[in-house]
Design a binder for this molecule. Structure first.
Ligand SMILES: CC[C@H](O)CC(=O)C(=O)O
Ligand SMILES: [Mn+2]
Length: 374
């Protein structure tokens, strides 16, 4: 017989104030009317993780053309780990990313092309090559405490006339004040937009809002703030709304959410919910819904969803792009993926430490083998 549940563990809510009702209404339909944002679609870059970096020229042409038709203003095309990410450690590209950038450039005229670069994986020359093929937006990504290593790349992109964006990855690992200070470093280097990036999909709406406000404060609103949310805890759209409410004006999304882990904020849901909130994006919502279903879903090699490993990524604060590596290590060493991800989270691994996943899996397997049976 099951238990009878009785009221008792709940704490009483505090009395309702008029300001609270007004603040809540900001998050309702039409509550953010008058705000305009720039949407950046990263299906062809973050989505690269979810297809094991196997995008083809034909797929890129189809996705890029449909994004242009939906009036998405900026689309990002690169290996998942940024320019020159194709490697044994991060995953070899099926098609050279410059061929993919060229393909996207050939089918777009009104949409701007962006590329991602992680200093050390890619170099300044990679930005030059991408720009020659048509990229005009450079997104320079570092761990959230290492903004200074982006200095030469940000300056270089600005000198070449590219719209330059700083991208503070794994932002949940630093306090709002630290994220603000790091954004200031990127702004001083010349970044025009600086992003709060929830690489692990571990952040809650207030975590985003606090970091957006901290960046605005630390930079005296001299840069625009962007947000890049992952859906591991099912919060990517709500987090993006909270970030916009706090002042973010660039917002990333991917068709069907195609991206690392449980994916990114789905473009079609961002476009639709933002329109309901009154936020202007310029994107054709019907076309975004159609392209997600008809163009992006067919290229998905695997469903991007909040399954066990994806939720664990968000819960443990682990890099979304570690998912495929962790799945492989779990199969190779015969240990539960949950154990690997929780241990990686405890060790606070940062991007670039993919080999630690193998070390952790091997260690867990050895510990199991050594444990007394029974
Ligand atoms: C490894 C680069 C990474 O995928 C960038 C990004 O999208 C993120 O940190 O979420
Ligand atoms: Mn991402």
């Amino acid at each position: 017989m099951s238990a009878v549940y009785r009221l008792g563990r709940e704490t009483a809510p505090s009395p309702v104030h008029t300001q609270q009702v007004q603040a809540a209404a900001d998050f309702g339909a039409g509550g953010m009317a008058g705000i305009e944002v720039t949407l950046v679609d990263s299906t062809l870059r973050d989505g690269s993780h979810a297809v094991n970096h196997q995008f083809t020229v034909e797929q890129v042409r189809a996705v890029a053309a449909s994004l242009e038709a939906a009036r998405v203003p900026v689309i990002e095309v690169s290996h998942g780990d940024g320019l020159s990410g194709s490697s044994l450690v991060y995953g070899l590209s099926g098609t050279d990313e410059y061929d993919l950038i060229r393909a996207a450039a050939e089918v777009t005229t009104d949409t701007a092309l962006a590329v991602l670069l992680l200093p050390g994986i890619g170099v300044r020359h990679d930005l030059d090559r991408a720009q020659e093929l048509g990229a005009s937006v450079a997104r320079i990504a570092t761990h959230c405490t290492e903004a200074d290593i982006a200095d030469v790349h940000i300056r270089h992109a600005r000198d070449r006339g590219m719209l330059t964006v700083g991208f503070l990855m794994m932002s949940h690992m630093a306090t709002p004040a630290v994220v603000g200070a790091q954004a200031r470093i990127m702004a001083d280097s010349g970044a025009e937009v600086v992003y709060v990036v929830d690489s692990a999909g571990a952040m809650l709406p207030g975590d985003f809002a606090a970091r957006v406000l901290a960046i605005r404060d630390a930079t005296d609103d001299s840069v625009l703030v962007g947000v890049h949310a992952h859906h591991n805890l099912g919060l990517a759209v709500a987090n993006s709304l909270a970030a916009v409410h706090a002042g973010a004006r660039w917002v990333d999304a991917c068709g069907v959410g195609l991206g690392a882990g449980a994916g990114n904020a789905p473009l079609e849901m961002i476009a639709a919910s933002f329109e309901r909130a009154g936020i202007g994006t310029g994107v054709d919502v019907r076309a975004a819904i159609d392209l997600a279903e008809d163009v992006v879903r067919p290229v998905m090699a695997r469903p991007v969803q909040g399954d066990r490993p994806s939720v664990l990524l968000g819960y443990a604060g682990v890099y979304g792009s570690f998912l495929i590596h962790a799945e492989r290590a779990a199969a190779q060493f015969g240990v539960p993926i949950a154990d690997i991800l929780l241990e990686i989270g405890r060790r606070k691994a940062v991007g670039g430490q993919e080999d630690l996943i193998v070390e952790v899996a091997a260690g867990l397997a050895a510990a199991r083998a050594a444990a007394p049976v029974g």
